[in-house]
Design a protein around this ligand. Structure first.
Ligand code: NAD
Length: 369
């Protein structure tokens, strides 16, 4: 069976970091004899320049017929003056919507060599390993204009609306993740104020009965914002509404010490998913070989795990990234010091990851002989 990955490099450092992720994935597919083809399409500013739209129909059609999508980043100052519907970000929002990707998954993990780059104390960060599951296609950001969103001179309205089914499917996904992890789930809401949060709680309680092995609890969003700073290691899986998730996942992203390390996945009920680094297009360093490719490479690992069920291969990439950092290799954004520390370009960092994957595979092959 041939699988297809659509690659959407996008803008700024997007093409550099997706190239790195594709190289790492290709090395894995070669080693493990998996038949996977890559097809590249345009999105964001690059598509505006070539096609006059941030999300060409051809890109959507290609993504719809693929098993997974790997995206770089979109945006940059050259498109900031465009009208709102031809902005690069519309490409990203549009593709998530077109594919019905309702669950956004952001893992936050402390890599040992980077702990001192976190703004939090080492003792708070050491054991951090959690995921935030954010509802992505409903809630406060999707009130329909005229019905639920709008303004006149005197009044303005945004609406936080969900169908029960929209809550159920993302909550179910979060419980499934919790089952495969440390079996702890915290649902975040504002149930002391919002009716939508009260329904959210009911759905979580119903799901908890179907998943008795998962220890499930509720936390108010304001309290969660505090707990992420004073005791982030307590969390395993957090599930929450779109806007709460947006804010909490950005807060959580600083815990790991660098934006260049954080992958993400946007998923739906079947296996199709879109994988991208959390960072943006970093126009300040684009084209200079300075971009840290590890978030994109780790997004590739998530792709293997969630779209292709290749847990072993995904784990190998994650171990290789850890090992490369432990050997002192880093890109300019990562604050690693000490005698072993060596600052590398995007391509060199990617080479090191592939070298470690090769080393690890060779050791296993020798053992199996
Ligand atoms: P950014 O994430 O692009 O950059 C923030 C800072 O982090 C910059 O100093 C940048 O150099 C650095 N940085 C980011 N990724 C890095 C990496 N992999 N390696 C090394 N350094 C890295 O955020 P921004 O500056 O707020 O936004 C720049 C553009 O990106 C804007 O047009 C914005 O709209 C867009 N953006 C896109 C996405 C996306 O495509 N998902 C997300 C956020 C921002």
């Amino acid at each position: 069976m041939t699988r297809t990955i659509t690659v959407l490099p996008g803008d700024g450092i997007g093409p550099e970091v997706t190239e790195s992720a594709v190289r790492v994935l290709k090395s894995i597919f070669k080693r493990f004899h998996h038949d996977v083809r890559f097809i590249e399409k345009r999105i964001g500013g690059a598509a505006i320049d070539q096609d006059g739209t941030p999300l060409p129909r051809e890109t959507v059609e290609q993504c719809e017929s693929s098993d997974a999508i790997l995206l770089g980043a979109v945006g940059g100052p050259e498109w900031d003056k465009q009208s709102m519907d031809v902005r690069p970000e519309q490409g990203l929002l549009g593709i998530r919507k077109a594919l019905g990707l309702f669950a956004n998954l952001r893992p936050v993990k402390a890599f040992a060599p980077l702990i001192d780059a976190s703004p939090l104390k080492r003792s708070y960060v050491e054991q951090v390993d959690f995921v935030i599951v954010r509802e992505l296609t409903g809630g406060l950001y999707f009130g329909k204009p005229s019905e639920r969103r709008g303004r006149n001179h005197e009044q303005v309205v945004d609406t936080l609306a969900y169908s029960k089914n929209e809550i159920e499917r993302v909550v179910e996904k979060a419980f499934q993740f919790a089952e495969k992890r440390r079996k702890k789930l915290v649902s975040v809401d504002k149930a002391n104020v919002l009716e939508s949060s009260r329904m959210w709680r009911e759905v979580v309680n119903e799901a908890a009965e179907r998943h008795p092995e998962v220890e499930a609890g509720h936390m108010l969003v304001d309290s969660t914002a505090m707990q992420l700073i004073i005791n982030p290691a307590q969390f395993d899986v957090i599930v929450t509404e779109n806007m709460f998730g947006d804010i909490l996942s950005d807060e959580a992203s600083v815990i790991a010490g660098s934006l260049g390390m954080l992958p993400s996945a946007s998923l739906r009920t079947d296996k199709v998913g879109l994988y991208e680094p959390v960072h943006g297009s970093a126009p300040d360093i684009a084209g200079q070989g300075k971009a840290n490719p590890l978030a994109a490479i780790l997004s590739g690992a998530l792709l293997l795990r969630y779209s292709f069920d290749m847990d072993r291969e995904a784990g190998l990439i994650e171990e290789a990234v850890q090992e490369v950092l432990e050997r002192g290799y880093h890109t300019a954004d990562l604050k690693i010091s000490g005698s072993k520390a060596q600052s590398l370009s995007t391509t060199e960092m990617t080479d090191r990851v592939i070298d470690v994957i090769d080393e690890k595979c060779s050791v296993t092959e020798k053992k199996n002989r």
